[in-house]
Write a new protein. Structure first.
Ligand code: SF4
Length: 386
């Protein structure tokens, strides 16, 4: 899936320099949880535990359809042994450490601690008529993008499928409780894998979680896969694999530069999968799924926001026409202590104008939660000194 077209032929790329990581250690696994399993696997687990299948199905109905994980509310289970049963099937995975609201209460960022003291973040965001939850796929991230707070932490470990699913259950409960303020829908409409981590580097758990999020209750939350977005910094072979899952998730590719020189610096994995290979993988994803691909582009002052780069991006994307892609430039949400900051407003406008003049569909995104360490990984870095 990563073949480079003849017109882009060039000497073989150097392997990506391995980002700095903490010393190797064998990570302990989170406890097994109902949400780690497919419905068939839940039935088998019931057998292993000596339970009737209906017990796991009852608990799944509470968990997915009612967003409930507390034994006390599950009064249809026998009182005798109920706590032990629910504790077995739904061990506590996420403990809230901090919660911050911003943007007049329409953005709520939550930091959770996991069983091994690793941390992750979620962000609940209310927009007119819809609520979106941004979830994490890894504790930390090994991709080492230099403008990103999570990238500075390095990778702690992959999250389990249930640790991802549980973020969605808690986010959906928060939305249902009106945590994003009045006059906002109480039902979660979208889930985006744009929090901490590179989702396609934790491929199996992310796909498993996406299936559970999309499955109809009581097997899952019943949020259509069309409302799930997986964001990648460009793991081209995994994009090809995702296209074959039959899930039709939305795909967002964090491109951030149209040329290898700038992208090698901003997104180090580019040294392995260059700009052309990444865009080709995105194009093939569109061909396989029919889902228009989003191109994310953090506008960083004097680094990647030049007008000529906008024109170069337009040429690059429109090689396959303009209907397959949507471009989301977003002014950088700066990380404290970083030399990089957001582009000036006039430069942003010029960047967008050049893309639109090329016939591309473009939305200049707003940055959310700047007063609450809005960029991914910032809250974790501040709260727990990661
Ligand atoms: S921008 Fe995304 S892929 Fe890059 S280091 Fe941050 S979390 Fe990882």
């Amino acid at each position: 899936m990563t073949a480079v077209t003849a017109e882009s032929a060039r000497p073989p790329r150097q392997p990506a320099r391995q980002p700095a990581r903490p010393p190797a250690r064998r990570p302990a696994r989170p406890p097994r949880h109902l949400a780690d399993l497919t419905p068939d696997e839940r039935d088998r687990w019931a057998g292993e535990l000596g339970l009737a299948r209906m017990r796991t199905r009852q608990v799944a109905r509470h968990y997915f359809a009612r967003l409930e994980a507390g034994a006390q509310a599950m009064t249809d289970l026998p009182a005798d042994g109920r706590d032990r049963l629910v504790g077995q099937l739904l061990p506590e995975l996420l403990t809230e450490v901090a919660k911050r609201a911003a943007d007049g209460g329409s953005t709520v960022k939550t930091l959770y601690r996991l069983f091994d003291s690793a941390t992750l973040e979620t962000v609940l965001m209310a927009y007119p008529g819809r609520v979106t939850l941004c979830v994490s796929s890894q504790a930390g991230c090994g991709m080492a993008c230099p403008f990103c707070a999570t990238g500075r932490m390095g990778l702690r470990r992959n999250l389990s499928a249930a640790e991802i699913v549980e973020q969605v259950r808690l986010g959906a409960r928060a939305a249902a409780a009106g945590e994003c303020g009045p006059n906002v829908p109480r039902r979660l409409a979208n889930v985006v894998f744009m929090g901490m981590g590179e989702p396609l580097a934790n491929y199996r758990a992310v796909v498993r979680a996406a299936r559970a999020i999309a499955a109809a209750p009581p097997d899952g939350f019943g949020l259509s896969a069309r409302h799930l977005t997986v964001s990648t910094c460009g793991l081209a072979p995994a994009i090809g694999r995702l296209a074959g899952e039959g899930l039709a998730l939305r795909l967002a590719v964090s491109l951030h530069a149209p040329d290898d020189e700038a992208r090698d610096r901003l997104v180090p994995i580019n040294r392995r999968y260059g700009v052309r290979a990444t865009v080709e993988a995105a194009w093939r994803y569109f061909q396989a799924t029919g889902r228009r691909v989003s191109i994310e582009y953090a506008l960083i002052r004097d680094i990647n926001d030049q007008g000529w780069r906008a024109s170069m991006l337009a040429d690059l994307l429109s090689r396959h026409g303009t209907g397959w892609v949507h471009v989301n430039p977003i002014p950088l949400n700066p990380v404290p202590g970083s030399e990089w900051t957001a582009s000036r407003a006039a430069v942003q406008a010029e960047f967008v104008r050049r893309l639109e003049d090329a016939g591309l569909s473009v939305t200049l995104r707003d940055t959310r939660g700047q007063e609450i360490d809005g960029a991914c990984g910032q809250l974790a870095a501040r709260e727990v000194g990661n």
